[in-house]
Design a binder for this molecule. Structure first.
Ligand code: SAH
Length: 345
């Protein structure tokens, strides 16, 4: 089987070109064609024709196939169900803001984390995605926009908050980030990419050493050990205090902050005492809190709190002077909101 072109970052591509004594300009020509212009036809460049032909003959240019597209009637959120070569399926979500989009990418087929509130966790882990399957979600979503919402094909933020634990699949996620960041390629700004984790410390170490400019989001969900153990089983192996201590000693850029995600679950972690303890834990850090009202899915037993409870929670955090945002539930009518992705159904 041929290797996928979309598994190569820019330096991999240059290496293949050197090893095969091909025209050196081909690297930027090919990256430009596929990532900047986002063409899916064969590259038509005369300067580097030999090299272009070499890649066309020796590499695979196929991308994950769009199986089904779900468009929200409420807010223009789009959820894609992709079919991979081995017939496994994954989901990707385009979240609109002012005629631009954030894309929520999956990093695994399923997930091994088994968080009690997450639909993806219920399907277990099947396998890691390859870099080309990650980058392919972006390219296919972009092309879909170009056809179905022409003029709106602007995907400005990339978040690894779809299916999977991105830090469990670090190599492929890192390479995808390198492709997104490459100035020869999609040229996405480093502050525009966020990796979200349940708190896998070995992956956090690699993130801080290898791609530190990429933003980090931690799924926190409860400041209390017992409750967090119940929500996120990996907390038993990598407890929150160790995760926070680790994150605290990572040098951040001036403008960089860590996002702490907090799902609000009715009568479980939505009381003022939870907010207070969370505030104490995060006060003084370069932190930003995202409050996510729990999104229901078939068979889930948790519920979302009422709006006034959510606002009270935020008011407590405000007293700690931590910037806090209540995240809307875009796309929940098509099960595209946080934690509703499950490609088995
Ligand atoms: N494994 C990574 C990324 C995937 S989840 C992580 O744990 O961070 C992306 C975000 O959606 C996480 O903050 C996750 O906790 C949240 N989420 C999962 N299920 C949810 C649900 N049912 N309602 C609201 N948010 C949910």
């Amino acid at each position: 089987m041929k290797q996928s072109f979309y598994d190569l970052n820019y330096s991999d591509l240059e290496a293949v070109i050197n090893q095969n004594n091909l025209n050196g300009t081909a690297a930027s020509v090919l990256f430009n064609w596929h990532y900047k212009k986002k063409e899916n036809a064969q590259c038509l460049d005369n300067i580097a024709k030999l090299a272009v032909d070499f890649f066309q003959n020796n590499f695979d240019f196929s991308l994950p196939e769009i199986d089904t597209v779900y468009e929200s009637n409420k807010d223009r959120t789009v959820k894609f169900l992709f079919k991979l070569k081995d017939a496994h399926k994954i989901e990707t979500v385009l979240i609109p803001f002012n005629n631009k989009y954030s894309i929520c990418l999956s990093s695994q087929v399923g997930c091994a984390m088994n968080c009690s509130f997450c639909f993806t966790g219920k399907q277990g882990l099947t396998r890691n995605l390859t870099t080309s399957e990650i980058v392919g979600q972006f390219l296919q979503a972009w092309r879909w926009l170009a056809i179905h919402r022409p003029g709106e094909e602007r995907i400005l933020n990339i978040v690894f908050m779809g299916q999977g634990e991105p830090l469990h699949n670090f190599d492929a996620v890192k390479k995808a980030c390198e492709i997104f960041l490459s100035k020869h390629g999609t040229s996405v700004g480093i502050q525009k990419i966020t990796i979200s984790t349940a708190g896998y410390i070995p992956g956090l170490k690699r993130w801080s050493e290898e791609i530190p400019g990429v933003n980090l989001a931690l799924s926190l969900h409860s400041p209390f050990e017992e409750k967090r153990n119940e929500l996120i089983p990996i907390n038993k192996k990598y407890p929150l205090d160790e995760v926070l201590t680790y994150i605290d000693q990572i040098p951040l850029n001036k403008k960089q902050f860590v996002t702490y995600e907090y799902i609000l679950i009715k009568d479980f972690n939505d009381a003022p005492e939870d907010a207070k303890k969370l505030g104490v834990l995060l006060a003084g850090k370069s932190a930003y809190i995202n409050l996510i009202p729990f999104n229901a899915f078939p068979g889930s037993h948790y519920q979302s709190p009422d709006l006034d409870k959510i606002e009270q929670f935020k008011e407590v955090l405000d007293t700690f002077k931590i910037p806090t945002l209540i995240r809307g539930t875009k796309g929940d009518d098509v099960l595209a909101a946080c934690g509703q992705l499950n490609s088995r159904n």
